[in-house]
Design a protein around this ligand. Structure first.
Ligand code: ADP
Ligand code: MG
Length: 567
């Protein structure tokens, strides 16, 4: 490893030379308190900024072990440090001048969810803290301005490290609060299991967001208040007693007039699979970590999926036990989404009528009379809900505003009334009793079969390497193959999509052999990440700083939407 002085000397030597001479700075350098790694140098001042990292030894960073001695605490600390580093970097960004992206200094922007990210890692063995960030290497026109880079690397960066990554300089109280919240959230998650709950929404939570484009809490919102009959009390290690609405396993129906806050509640539950930062309003909204949002998704592709639980005897004679299409309808897409969620291990499904295919969800009595069961390929979800729960232990939380038919199958009915929930199970059941009952199909729902064992996509490897490009929250592409993820609603961050791109690439290059099925593949992949970290599956000379780990369920969802998957 070279010294910081050697780097400085090198920079003086290349000052005013052509931009490519910056390439020679790639490497590791020992600074006083940390090691600076220059991982990738941009090709010109207008290209994406250069990739760097700093690694502070555990002894120097000196975070007390209690702040990261289990997985959720470690992730919370990493998230906290990323935010602190970002705040420092922002102060110095563009303080060094030049053309194009000269002078940028930035790290990942974290939003409301706390995710495992490559931007910051704390090693649970050594306590070493690594932050991966970007810097625009300065130029005048296209010639190197080394003096400005010296400013960034020898003046700004040491301050960022000093102020964000060394424990003794930080607000220790705040770091403690971050750890405590992570512990409390984890405790709620564990209690859900013990108490047979699928979700918990604390009294006082703020569920609505500021706007469609901001996930910050709405100001002046009506705070959540649990119906008395559903209120549970949890005892948390730091916060102490907390009360809120406990949603039991089984079938829960959320009803109410339009605009009364039904979808807002469901959305909060969907995102409750992730921990949220303090002040978010949803930090004590916690759901079963494997829960999956189900919706209709016209146009998606489906590959050899057994949707026969819901759809049979299609007029075109297509086999629904191994159903494939490049352009699914509302109902077939939603059926595939349910079956795939089951494969991904979901024990809770979240469904909003607003985004469902009506004919997939329910068929009213009059329609049943006119169009006989034999003529209808679809067994609607309402007729399978009980089987899903009783045979396979899969609960459903369903938002419905238009059909009362669900009352009969629901275990719990909650009405949203001006943003305040009320339990109305008894009244709803009584009303349902006056109507003719639901006629269930003769056969019970069989567990979906169909073992899919993907092979390598030979056409993908173009010019010998697969290029990944992320389109924000919408999708990710591998060379020219785009995976549309717009409707995978529980992806919280574009960095999860980038990560998915890397994971699919890794699977294409190293795992798909036509023998292992999708479930096995995802399992093996996750074990590898757990053991060796994200770097192990990111075939790259360095770990990019812009990855966030998705859940297992979203890895399945991504593979299932990947049109290039060969079988
Ligand atoms: P629904 O699904 O019942 O039609 P939504 O959940 O879409 O209703 O909510 C309708 C509107 O009310 C949204 O603009 C939402 O931001 C707002 N809203 C939801 N919950 C609250 C609340 N607790 N306080 C204030 N406004 C809310
Ligand atoms: Mg709605």
């Amino acid at each position: 490893m070279k010294s910081a002085n050697e780097l400085k000397q090198l920079l003086y030597d290349i000052d005013r030379k052509g931009y490519p001479a910056y390439k020679g700075t790639k490497g590791s350098y020992r600074f006083g308190q940390y090691v600076l790694g220059i991982d990738h140098v941009q090709g010109d001042p207008f290209a994406a900024p250069s990739k760097l990292h700093v690694e502070v030894a555990g002894k120097v960073a000196a975070f007390p072990e209690r702040l990261y001695d289990n997985r959720h605490k470690r992730i919370a600390l990493q998230d906290h440090l990323t935010r602190l580093f970002a705040r420092q970097a922002e102060k110095f960004s563009f303080q060094a001048k030049g053309s194009g992206k000269s002078g940028i200094l930035s790290v990942t922007r974290c939003a409301q969810e706390v995710l495992e990210r490559s931007a910051c890692t704390v090693d649970d063995q050594t306590g070493n803290v690594t932050v991966r960030f970007e810097a625009g290497f300065p130029a005048n026109g296209r010639s190197i301005n080394a003096r400005e880079l010296i400013k960034i690397l020898f003046e700004f960066l040491p301050k960022c490290v000093e102020q964000a990554l060394i424990y003794k300089n930080l607000d220790g109280e705040l770091a403690e609060r971050v750890m405590e919240l992570a512990e409390d959230q984890q405790c709620i998650r564990e209690q859900l299991k013990e108490r047979g709950l699928t979700a918990f929404v604390a009294d006082g939570s703020v569920l609505p967001r500021e706007s469609g484009v901001s996930s910050k809490p709405m100001k002046g919102a009506v705070r959540f208040r649990s119906p008395e009959s559903m209120r549970v009390t949890m005892c948390l290690p730091y916060k102490g007693e907390i009360t809120g609405m406990g949603i039991k396993k089984g079938i829960t129906l959320i009803v109410g007039g339009g605009y009364h806050g039904k979808s807002t509640l469901l959305k909060a539950l969907e995102m409750g699979v992730y921990p949220h930062i303090a002040g978010d309003g949803r930090e004590y909204v916690v759901t079963d970590a494997d829960a999956v949002k189900i919706r209709a998704e016209d146009g998606r592709s489906i590959k050899r999926t057994d949707i026969s639980m819901f759809i049979n005897d299609l007029p075109n004679g297509k086999d629904t036990k191994a159903f494939s299409t490049e352009d699914a309808s509302g109902s077939t897409s939603q059926a595939a989404n349910v079956v795939e969620a089951m494969e991904a291990g979901a024990k809770v499904l979240f469904i909003d009528e607003d985004t469902s295919a009506t004919n997939f969800m329910v068929r009213d009595e009059l329609m049943q009379k006119v169009i006989h069961r034999d003529m209808e390929p679809i067994t609607p979800f309402i007729e399978r809900m009980r089987d899903l729960y009783e045979l396979y232990g899969i609960s459903t939380v369903l938002v419905a505003g238009s059909s009362g038919a669900y009352f009969e199958v629901a275990d719990t009915v909650v009405q949203m009334d001006r943003y305040v929930p009320r339990e109305i199970t008894e009244t709803a059941k009584k009303a349902a009793g006056d109507y003719p009952g639901l006629e269930l199909p003769a056969e019970r729902a069989a567990l979906p079969g169909c073992v899919r064992c993907p092979k390598k996509n030979q056409g993908l490897i173009h010019k010998g390497r697969i290029k990944i490009k992320t389109m924000g929250r919408d999708g990710v592409s591998l060379n020219h193959e785009t995976i549309d993820l717009r409707y995978v609603e529980q992806l919280a961050d574009a960095e999860q999509l980038t990560c998915l791109g890397y994971l699919v690439k890794y699977m294409e290059e190293h795992m798909l052999d036509g023998k292992a099925n999708v479930k096995k593949l995802v399992e093996v992949l996750l074990q590898k990440i757990e053991k060796e970290g994200l770097a192990a599956v990111c075939d790259s000379s360095y770990l990019p700083g812009n990855l966030a780990l998705p859940r297992k369920q979203e890895i399945f969802a991504c593979l299932n939407r990947y049109r290039g998957l060969k079988m």
